[in-house]
Each structure stands twice: as C-alpha cells, then as structure tokens.
Design a protein around this ligand. Structure first.
Ligand SMILES: [Mg+2]
Length: 254
C-alpha cells in the first residue's frame, strides 16, 4: 500500500449509506486526521450546499471544512466562471446549485440566458423543462452537473440529474458538457487550486462507473471499497481495474 497525501472520498456508499454512517469509514477519516491529513469529499449531489454536507458529516462525528467539499454544483459554478465569466444563467436545480453560482458572481435571468446549468431538481415541472429547452434552442450553452441515471434512496432508485439532462438532450438534440464523476473536473480543480501532484492523490469510492472511472480518466490512483453500488465481481470483470480493492476502509494501513 502507498501513503497518499490527498484522499478524495466519495460520500454515499463510501462514508455513509443514506442516513447511516459506515463505521470503518468514520474511523479511517479520524485516523487520517490524526496524521494531519484532511480528506476531500467528492459528491455528484448538486442539491446540497457545502454547509449542508458539513452538517451531515458532523452528525456522524466527522469534522470538516468548506474548502474540503467538492460537489457537482461547485464544479459547475467553477467551470462556468473559468469559461463564461460574467455570463447570464438560468438553472434547473436546487439550493446547492443556485448558491454555488451566486458565490461565483453569476447573475440569474428568466429568459435568454447565455448558459443553462442543469442539475437534480426534485420539484421540476413541464414549464421548467420548457423554459430550459427553449433557452438551449436559442443557443444557450448547455452545462450538466452530472449524468447520474438514478439516485439511491430508502424508496429505491429514483431519477437522477442525468435523467433530466437526457430529456433536454432528447428534445433539443444538443449534447451538454457534463461535469461530475466520471468526468474528472472535480479532481482537476482540487489539484490546480492546491498545487498538488497527481502522484499524491487518490480517489476512493464504491462506484466503478463514477468514482473509479473519474480517477482512472484523470490518471491518479484509485481505491475501490466493497459494499456500495458496484459489486466485487463487477470490478474484477473490468479491463481497467482500480489500483487497490478493499473490503472496507479498515483494511487500509495508514
Ligand atoms: Mg458512492
């Protein structure tokens, strides 16, 4: 095993399952912190603000900070700032996405936006789809927080942001720029904002198609942990395997 300095942890399925913490992950994080390493938390969830993520982790006894949270909402806002600074925006999304764009200084409009950013919106309506679709047809840049088909909940798998994005793509014929995992924009921002090298970074997660692929595509090491979305059998059948395979994070020697 290798000692990394920058641990990028997926949240749901890696640190907790819904509202239940994963005890091995909680002790792993505490061990990292006792060695002076504050991990990053990388989530495709665009609905929560960093403060809400911090509050949820605090309820499991995990202390962290705003600058350690990287969500698909934050990366979308950072991407828009980098490529379309000063543009007008219209969103389909919740508080996490709205606040991320506000903190990057974007102005919201109700028609003719320069960009639309689409994330999970659990109260979306036909009229909202209509507004966003018309904006894309009028030439607005089409940005998607992430392409997740489904989100795991107590009730089962519910439609994810990617399902809303697909509807818009289908009706407009325009393909969006997608920013969350398995793309590697979140890892790239963490590296560039802190001056890390890829060798010291590792992406840790339970989902091959998002977590592990984002690390592989970015060219950093990956740690797959069993017990979440991807089974060990599915991992073993992949041509490109994670760097490390663990049953739980208790198996990682720091
Ligand atoms: Mg996960």
């Amino acid at each position: 095993m290798k000692n990394y300095n920058v641990y990028c942890l997926d949240l749901d399925g890696t640190v907790y399952h819904g509202t239940e913490p994963i005890p091995e992950a909680v002790s792993f994080i505490s061990d990292l912190q006792s060695q002076g390493i504050e991990p990053y938390y990388i989530t495709n969830n665009s609905t929560a603000t960093p403060e809400q993520v911090i509050e949820k982790l605090a309820s499991f006894g995990i202390k962290t900070y705003v600058d350690k949270i990287m969500s698909s909402a934050l990366v979308s806002a950072k991407y828009c700032k980098e490529h379309y600074d000063g543009a007008t925006v219209q969103i389909m999304g919740e508080k996490g996405l709205h606040d991320a764009l506000v903190s990057e200084g974007f102005t919201f409009v109700t028609e003719n936006p320069d960009i639309v950013v689409v994330g999970l919106d659990r109260e979306v309506s036909y009229s909202k789809f209509t507004e966003i679709a018309l904006a894309i047809r009028s030439g607005a840049k089409f940005i998607a927080t992430n392409g997740d088909k489904a989100i795991p909940t107590e009730r089962g798998l519910l439609p994810g942001a990617g399902s809303l994005v697909k509807l818009l793509e289908f009706t407009t014929g325009v393909k969006p720029v997608i920013l969350g995992k398995p793309e590697s924009h979140m890892l790239a921002f963490i590296k560039s904002e802190n001056g890390y090298s890829k060798e010291e970074m590792v992406m840790v997660g339970d989902n091959y198609d998002t977590d592990i692929l984002s690390g592989i595509r970015y060219g950093i090491d990956t740690i797959y942990v069993e017990g979440g979305v991807t089974s060990k059998e599915e991992i073993l059948s992949q041509a490109e395997k994670p760097t490390h395979l663990l049953r739980t994070l208790a198996d990682w020697q720091l």
